[in-house]
Design a protein around this ligand. Sequence first.
Ligand code: SF4
Length: 417
Amino acid sequence: MSKTLAEKILSEKSGTDAKAGDIVIAKVDLSFVQDTTGPLTVRQFQSSGMGKLANAKKTILFIDHAAPSPNANLSNDHIFLRDFARKTGCILSEAGDGVCHQIVPESYARPGDVIVGADSHTVTAGGLGAFATGMGSSDVAVAMGLGKNWFRVPETFKIEVSGNFPKGVYPKDLILHLIGLIGADGATYKSLEFSGSTIKKMSMSGRFTIANMAVEAGAKVGLFASDETTQEFLKAQGRGKDYKALAADADAIYEKVIKIKANELEPTVSKPHTVDNTALASELEGTKIQQVVIGTCTNGRLEDLAVAAGILKGKQPAKTVRLIIAPASRRVLLDAIEAGYIQIFVESGAMILPPGCGPCLGLHQGALGDGEACLSTANRNFEGRMGNPKSFIYLGSPATAAASAIAGEITDPREVM
Ligand code: SF4
């Protein structure tokens, strides 16, 4: 039977001829938790009676959401996770190393892997062809203990993107456009499989941004075939041997095909308080903002910082705007220092946060005040997401964020590029 990417991966990992709608038990190649979901997952693992981790070297605990810790309770959670890592020999990614969804693709994920994480944006690793998905704590605890779990094989929407992005338009604009088109529940439990000439030319950074946000349309996974770009990315991480060619069959069966012309896209923004509440950046001009965040697991990679630095070089954010930069990982931070981007940001008056989630989830490092608005490169703008239900979050690309920081209001980046 001809297969989609999801069917191919789950067939191989379950040893069955898996097709959409089937329930399979599949081998899990990597399980991980982060510091807000980890303590519960670990306690469930401990109380399950499974005793031992299936593979300690394929189990990772990330301290990234509250890193460094803003309060004693979270510090105690960190102590608990460190203790579990020490006793079991599993991998601990410490505060300052970076966001789980950056480090997993950088250092662990391989095309064709099945990856489960106790965090919804685990889907990010789909950018290199891994069936990566978020699960609840008890399901991740099962994967940690047994090295396998059950999955319903998702139906697939093929998202075919053709043409070149116009100047000032980026993969973030594409995924915001798609979510605006199909809605926040438009792909519930589907696999979104991205293909077409635009995707073929897209960098890994862009693919990760898109895969990261697949879950914002309700998708189980966001998948990309692996190709030369994937291979080059893995080689650059010193993991060339992890490459495996992976593509859907030409006559695979899709529940739906959505075609998008990249050349018709414009800088796009999600308005408060849902991701599918999209508008063009040009339609929102005049909307004042008090904070801009460039970073997170969606757009905190080197390529994102390069775009922002290109716009901010020699310029300053408006006096009414606080500009926060949060590199997604230590490696990104080091590369951004070497490339001179951090110097540009600091000279422009930005604040540089340690690698991690930063203010994305409202725990620390940039909570908003009453009535304040933020333009963020993150993936969620739900009410209260950045620590205050009386604030407003807009989502956009790093270019839109940098241009808006300078103007002090939402700005189409093409005006300053
Ligand atoms: Fe979640 Fe934001 Fe951290 Fe990404 S950066 S893992 S969306 S809190």
